[in-house]
Design a protein around this ligand. Structure first.
Ligand SMILES: Nc1ncnc2c1ncn2[C@@H]1O[C@H](COP(=O)(O)OP(=O)(O)O)[C@@H](O)[C@H]1O
Ligand SMILES: [Mg+2]
Length: 414
């Protein structure tokens, strides 16, 4: 199927929602061959001239807003908009990545510093949205994407644009919104009553944080689970979740039932989160700590290699051959031990655990196995530079050459 006189070739449907469809298409006019774009189709509720005329005005208004918002690197860039067969189309940048439904699926609990980082990432872009006078109105995991290229959060699916599909206009030209935009579980009370505020978006972000910490979907957390415990004044979501009071209190304030008691906008919540951001709490590991951890690990691997050699070859007398074998064991064992431990729940080898430090990516998240392997392999460059690669960890940026090559940080565990 083609749209706009053959410019856009529809490839596949992403979703078919209540208000319209979302497609992936090829933009044949793009300077890049087979450039993929996302096209959102919005269907007006009725085809009477009043509704259509108003839907058009509303759509044009929202397109102007999206053009402005699309300049932010965490919001898809606006590409095009047009009307065809009385349907409205919005074309935007295709974000390669996954939405957060996967990361936040049932039973998946994120660590505290990961949640703080997630809140920071979401609130930073939402702050820009609020500063521009826009309320998103439908913040939830499926409307937040994790871009593959840089692991950043991208905010999609602005609810205001959906209004085009929900508005009805009567003969007197009065606008009646027939459908409340939003999603149960993430929608604040005032928004459910038709009065969305910036603080309603803050509420949704708070519910996402609770979902991330507890591993329970926000739709499944009944509103009354947010009631205060009469005895200790704590909100009940904290049960079974280990969370520092600083973070817990911020989340509590984000999900207050009365919006006047919440942070009024993303900017206010962002200020609170900044104070407890891992980068302000978890400092980079000091050089001597890292050296000590390294020596401990080397001792462990060498001891392991000697034991393995004893086990396989018994007590040997030929020193040179023994050294050669141990060296081979040592290299192989290192390639298993380091990446496995660094990418495990401990986020570090035994040496690092003992010294209270851990390996993370630039967003201070646990690194996957392949990244940990890359980090270990790139130590070869730290050796080849006669150890300068290692010593770099003692300088201002506190990153060894192999940390930089593999996109890792070594930080103190909080
Ligand atoms: N710009 C985009 N780039 C990549 N994927 C997108 C983009 N916009 C939407 N999607 C994907 O399509 C899904 C539905 O799009 P969305 O705009 O949220 O429409 P809906 O109104 O149906 O929720 C999203 O959850 C996301 O997975
Ligand atoms: Mg959506």
């Amino acid at each position: 199927m083609f749209l706009k006189k053959g410019r856009y070739k529809i490839e596949r449907t992403l979703t078919a929602g209540n208000f319209g469809q979302t497609y992936i298409a090829i933009d044949q006019h793009s300077q890049f061959p087979s450039q993929e774009v996302v096209i959102k189709k919005l269907k007006p509720q009725q085809n009477d001239p009043y509704t259509l005329q108003n839907a058009k005005r509303l759509f044009k208004q929202e397109v102007e807003v999206l053009k402005k918002l699309g300049s932010h690197k965490q919001i898809p860039t606006y590409i095009d908009d047009f009307l065809e067969n009385q349907d409205f189309y919005l074309v935007q940048e295709y974000i390669k990545g996954k939405d957060l439904t996967e990361e936040l699926k049932l039973g998946n609990k994120l660590g505290e510093s990961e949640v703080i980082q997630l809140l920071f990432d979401i609130l930073e872009v939402l702050d820009f949205v609020h500063i521009n006078g826009v309320i998103h109105r439908d913040i939830k995991p499926s409307n937040l994407m994790r871009r593959t290229q840089d692991n950043q959060i991208v905010l999609i699916d602005f609810g205001a644009v959906k209004e085009v599909g929900t508005v009805l206009v009567n003969q007197q030209g009065e606008k009646t919104i027939t459908v409340i935009i939003g999603t149960p579980g993430y929608m604040a009370g005032e928004q459910g009553q038709g009065n969305p505020e910036c603080a309603s978006d803050v509420y949704a972000v708070g519910k996402i944080a609770i979902q991330a910490l507890s591993g329970i979907s926000a739709n499944l957390i009944p509103p009354n689970s947010l009631l205060r415990n009469q005895n200790n004044d704590e909100l009940l979501w904290r049960k079974g979740v280990s969370v520092r009071h600083e973070l817990g209190n911020i989340i509590d304030k984000m999900v207050e039932q009365n919006f006047l008691l919440r942070y009024q906008n993303a900017g206010e919540a962002l200020q609170a989160i900044k104070a407890i951001l891992p980068s302000n709490v978890e400092q980079p590991a000091g050089f001597w700590m890292r050296l000590a951890a390294d020596l401990i690990d080397r001792t462990i691997i060498i001891t392991g290699s000697i034991i393995l050699d004893l086990f396989m070859y018994g007590v040997t007398v030929d020193g040179e051959e023994l050294t050669g074998r141990i060296l081979v064991f040592y290299i192989i064992a290192g390639f298993i031990y380091c990446p496995v431990m660094d990418s495990s729940k401990t986020q570090g080898t035994l040496g690092k655990m003992l010294m209270g430090i851990k390996v993370t990516d630039l967003q201070r998240r646990k690194v996957p196995f392949d990244q940990a392997t890359k980090r270990h392999s790139s130590k070869i460059f730290s050796y080849l530079t006669l150890g300068i690669g290692f010593i770099m960890a003692g300088f201002k940026r506190k990153r060894a050459l192999h940390d930089i090559i593999s996109g890792c940080l070594v930080i103190r565990s909080s």
